[in-house]
Design a protein around this ligand. Structure first.
Ligand SMILES: [Zn+2]
Length: 247
């Protein structure tokens, strides 16, 4: 499971922490979804006219400029080597897909897609910046929004079920660059642990998860994953069934 710390090395600012967007701009209102629901057309007009909050403008510009870093490519290499079954990301930047990862759950959605609130139909936006508010859903007529999950918005049921199914299958879960503080996504890590999975944390900083991890790696995602992929690529580590451990 990857969090905001995974994208830092691609130039995307985190929300929390020393240089986080909210640390610098202040935490936004926690009822974003309710506000959107109350006036979707007005919300979209602000997007089109770039009248969003300053921290959203900074985030959007960073998302447009971002490219996958060595850690993203390492995850793809680990997947190709059969060492990694699935990635659940809390990030909305689509960089895992850009790096060629196949088995991915974007638990907080993807900023370059639209989603219907009625039937859940997704559509690729291609560009990050819409030039006009989207039409109501062609299938069911309901409101269309960014696929990105807003504050106060439930994670789409199909997405949550898929993530839980992967956690139920897991014998080892690696928490990469996540503060493990955003629910319900972070709760999946405690569920994995309670079901007997080994937990590995890759994070330069201590988190709420640290005390229950079996292994802690104090490094950035790029550094640690690059080395991990290297181990699987160059040594005689055998991957079969359970994820192999290199002594
Ligand atoms: Zn629909």
């Amino acid at each position: 499971m990857t969090g905001a710390g995974m994208s830092v090395e691609s130039g995307i600012p985190t929300f929390r922490g020393k240089d986080g967007l909210w640390t610098r701009y202040g935490q936004p209102p926690m009822d974003g979804f309710k506000r959107f629901r109350a006036d979707p057309v007005g919300w979209w007009q602000k997007q089109v006219n770039r009248q969003m909050d300053a921290h959203m403008v900074e985030l959007r510009d960073a998302l447009i400029a971002a490219e996958p870093h060595p850690g993203h490519h390492a995850l793809t290499a680990l997947e190709e080597a059969g060492a990694l079954n699935h990635v659940i990301t809390q990030n909305i930047d689509g960089l895992d897909l850009k790096a060629g990862l196949q088995n991915l759950i974007e638990i907080h959605g993807n900023r370059s897609r639209l989603r219907c609130l009625g039937c859940g139909e997704r559509e690729s936006l291609g560009d990050f910046v819409p030039v006009e508010p989207p039409e109501p859903c062609a299938e069911c007529g309901d409101t269309v929004k960014f696929d990105t999950v807003m504050f106060g918005e439930p994670i789409p049921e199909d997405t949550m079920q898929a993530a839980r199914a992967q956690i139920d299958l897991a014998t080892c879960v690696v928490a990469i660059g996540t503060s493990a503080s955003v629910r319900p996504a972070s709760g999946l890590l405690w569920i994995a642990k309670s079901q007997g999975a080994k937990l590995i944390e890759i994070n330069p900083f201590e988190t709420k998860l640290t005390s229950i991890c079996d292994v802690v790696v104090r490094a950035t995602a790029g550094e640690a994953l690059d080395q991990l992929a290297e181990i699987f690529a160059t040594s005689a580590v055998q991957v079969s069934g359970d994820i192999a451990a290199n002594e």
